[in-house]
Design a protein around this ligand. Structure first.
Ligand SMILES: Nc1ncnc2c1ncn2[C@@H]1O[C@H](COP(=O)(O)OP(=O)(O)OP(=O)(O)O)[C@@H](O)[C@H]1O
Ligand SMILES: [Mg+2]
Length: 375
């Protein structure tokens, strides 16, 4: 499979920069997701890789081949890029059977019919739709239609798969199921995938790497865990879930292995956390505590060292009676949901959250895990 490289790629419409000097490499077999608010340039980026849109600046490579170079005025049209594409409206033709829908891209390229039969059969097997080949397309569920669209995108054995919000037309349950199936298929075929969504749970659950975009630029590109626990800045931090961002002052900074252990003090609370860079004593920082890293302790409970874990630092909050943050701090009702996992209702973990209210006499204990990022 091919890698994809975008080097200083821009797309300007009139005076507006839809994509602004964006550089990104998607490794062979990697699943990379572009994530960001509406209008941040995700679709435009995808369409430029697809060759459906010309970049006004920069260069795009697919594998060894340059497919677009704005400076040199060089542009390889979409049909010569060996790409599979699935879009939000997956455009299954209603007047055709499942077989004919998948065969269509091969028919317009006039492949011999024996070859078509074999390839369509293989693509339908991949999405477990082989027994539906003769079914008219309107007689399919949304999820099945989506599988047909995926089969059609795979029928060419593309080197790169581009997907623009392919699950957004499905209901919540199907979205999770199709997302899982899709990820399994992608891993089995090791197909290089660029995926677009504005759904953070989807991005976190499916991707090897998430690229957070805003206003045509990349804010951070990293593995989901990295983005979640070590956001580069406040914008990225706030984009995922509802973290607690607590202002604090550094009391002490000690270097340990590759990181720095900080003792910090906030308004009525104190604790230890880690930072990637040294922060001098007295400097102002912001500590992030994720909701799932908060729990209620018993009134006299001492913080258990065993709870710290290697990557954690404990944060002690005062008794709730004098507690300043009880209205603002968010926590989860239950503890121990694995990252990127599901709760017992099959929902992604971000939705599994409730506020702490009236906790008279009890202590709130927060874990500043690696999310104790300091800005
Ligand atoms: N053909 C066009 N002409 C002018 N402006 C455009 C055109 N296509 C996109 N834009 C603008 O470029 C910006 C990026 O659009 P794009 O479709 O890439 O966003 P997106 O991240 O995919 O958003 P969404 O999540 O809503 O799909 C937007 O401000 C949009 O209005
Ligand atoms: Mg879009």
């Amino acid at each position: 499979m091919a890698s994809v490289q975008l080097k200083n790629v821009s797309r300007i419409y009139g005076s507006a920069k839809a994509v602004d000097d964006l550089s990104l490499e998607i490794k062979s077999g990697e699943f990379v997701t572009l994530l960001g608010p509406s209008g941040c340039g995700k679709t435009t980026t995808l369409r430029m890789v697809a060759g459906l849109e010309k970049n006004t600046g920069g260069r795009i490579n697919i594998g060894e081949n340059v497919v677009s170079d704005a400076d040199k005025g060089y542009f390889v049209p979409s049909e010569r890029r060996r790409l599979g594409m699935v879009f939000q409206s997956y455009a299954i033709w209603p007047h055709m059977t499942v077989f004919e829908n998948v065969a269509y891209p091969l028919r317009i390229r006039r492949l011999p019919s024996a070859g078509i039969r074999e390839r369509v059969g293989r693509a339908l097997c991949l999405v477990e739709m082989e027994s539906y080949a003769e079914r008219p397309s309107p007689a399919l569920s949304g999820g099945q239609q989506q599988r047909v669209a995926i089969a059609r995108s795979l029928v060419f054995e593309p080197e790169v798969l581009l997907l623009d919000e392919p699950l957004s037309n499905l209901d919540a349950r199907l979205r999770i199921q199709m997302g899982d199936e899709f990820r399994q298929l992608q891993q089995r075929l090791k197909i290089t995938t660029l995926y677009v969504t504005h759904d953070q749970s989807e991005a976190m659950a499916l991707s090897d790497r998430v690229v957070v975009m805003q206003e045509g630029k990349i804010l951070q590109a990293a593995a989901p865990e990295e983005i979640y626990h070590r956001p580069l800045n406040r914008k990225v931090a706030a984009f995922f879930g509802s973290p607690n961002l607590l202002p604090a002052k550094v009391k002490k900074c000690v270097s340990s292995d590759t990181r720095f252990m900080l003792s910090v003090e906030g308004d009525g609370w104190a604790g230890d956390c880690q930072a990637a860079v040294a922060r001098p004593e007295g400097s102002a920082v912001t500590v992030i505590i994720r909701p799932e890293n908060l729990r209620l302790g018993e009134p006299q409970e001492k913080f258990r060292r065993s709870e710290m874990g290697r990557k954690s630092g404990p944060i002690y909050f005062p008794r709730a009676s004098t507690f300043h943050y009880s209205e603002d701090l968010r926590t989860v009702a239950q503890h121990g949901i694995p990252f990127g996992g599901r709760n017992s209702h099959g929902q992604y973990d971000q939705s599994f959250r409730s506020k702490v209210g009236g906790v008279g006499g009890r202590r709130l204990i927060g874990h500043a895990t690696q999310s104790a990022r300091l800005f």
